[in-house]
Ligand binder design. Structure first.
Ligand SMILES: [Cu+2]
Length: 320
């Protein structure tokens, strides 16, 4: 069902673009990754207007450090070194410069063939939700094809004819030392869910709150229709507003809209998920499984860590 929905979405987004542009984009085989070791595998799906590709040049984005290209038979490699925008700690060493660009040249990749070019490195100093762009230029006997367009924040990356390959950073669930960021994440289609957590409950309490950020990188609005969890009788999506000095919570009967190109934050004092009829109160360190049903992206499952109630606004203690 979900696959059908995504296929239908993909088909509809192709309408209006030329067939070559729709299929032509250079992209990363794995376009979402957590901080740490990462292999950027760039797929080159065709040549330049029918001509064979003779060189592939990739600019390394800030935050992808210690990069080494994978050799390819029939191609020679040229590495350009440069300074990073800041310094990083890589395996215990302070580094402030490294590979800035890589060129594979001297080969020949026919227009009707597909090949992959791999860069191994480490994603460092990056945060969940951040996007890294790999500007790539193909050189053919007939000329160049530059895949270097980068969307401004909020812009739709799908609208470009020659977009740079995009990598989205996911939350690092293993990060220690800042528990408020130790959140689970999940992605489906154009949606990215990050910084999800459930609030620890008091003994005997039957309702609990949960929070997350939902980002929609797509071209169309999506709607969170319903939420379920095996550890709660029901889960509601609540708004919270101040009315005459009183905090009022209301379920969103028609679901929660996630506008195209925007992030919606569920956070203490505002929008939240409300777990009702919870059998065993959530305790710090436990994990809460949850399943989110979106109108377009389908079902997205994730597991949220239970964190202590954050300091500050205590108004949404969920004592209904
Ligand atoms: Cu509530």
């Amino acid at each position: 069902m979900r696959n059908m929905t995504l296929a239908a979405l993909a088909a509809s987004s192709i309408v209006g673009m030329s067939a070559t542009a729709a299929m032509a984009h250079i992209s990363l085989q794995q376009n979402q990754a957590t901080p740490g070791a990462y292999n950027a595998v760039l797929g080159i799906p065709h040549g330049c207007d029918g001509a064979a590709t003779e060189a592939v040049h990739v600019e390394i984005p800030e935050g992808f450090i210690g990069v080494k290209p994978m050799p390819k038979a029939g191609w020679t490699i040229e590495i350009e070194e440069g300074d990073y925008g800041r310094s990083y700690n890589l395996h215990g060493y302070e580094v402030s410069s490294g590979t800035a660009a890589v060129t594979w040249k001297g080969g020949s990749l026919a227009d009707d063939h597909y090949d992959e070019f791999t860069l191994h490195g480490t994603l460092a100093g990056v945060e969940a939700g951040q996007r890294l762009f790999f500007k790539t230029t193909q050189t053919c006997a007939s000329g160049e094809e530059a895949w270097t367009q980068i969307p401004a924040p909020g812009d739709d990356p799908h609208a470009f004819e020659h977009p740079a390959a995009m990598l989205t950073i996911l939350a690092d669930a293993g990060t220690e030392g800042h528990s408020h960021h130790a959140a689970s994440e999940a992605a489906s289609g154009d949606l990215l869910i990050s910084d999800a957590w459930a609030r620890a409950m008091l003994p005997g309490q039957a309702t609990g709150g949960a929070y997350m950020t939902i980002r929609n990188d797509g071209e169309e609005v999506d709607t969170l229709l319903s939420v379920t969890s095996p550890v709660a009788g029901t889960v509601e999506i609540h708004t919270m507003t101040m009315e005459d000095d009183i905090m009022v919570m209301r379920p969103l009967e028609d679901g929660l809209e996630i506008p195209a190109g925007e992030s919606v934050m569920l956070e203490p004092g505002g929008l939240h998920l409300m777990f009702m009829q919870v059998g065993t109160p959530f305790t710090e360190g436990a994990e809460v499984p949850v399943s989110l049903e979106f109108e377009k992206a389908g079902t997205v499952g994730l597991t949220m860590p239970v964190l202590p109630a954050r300091t500050g606004r205590g108004a949404d203690a969920h004592q209904h």
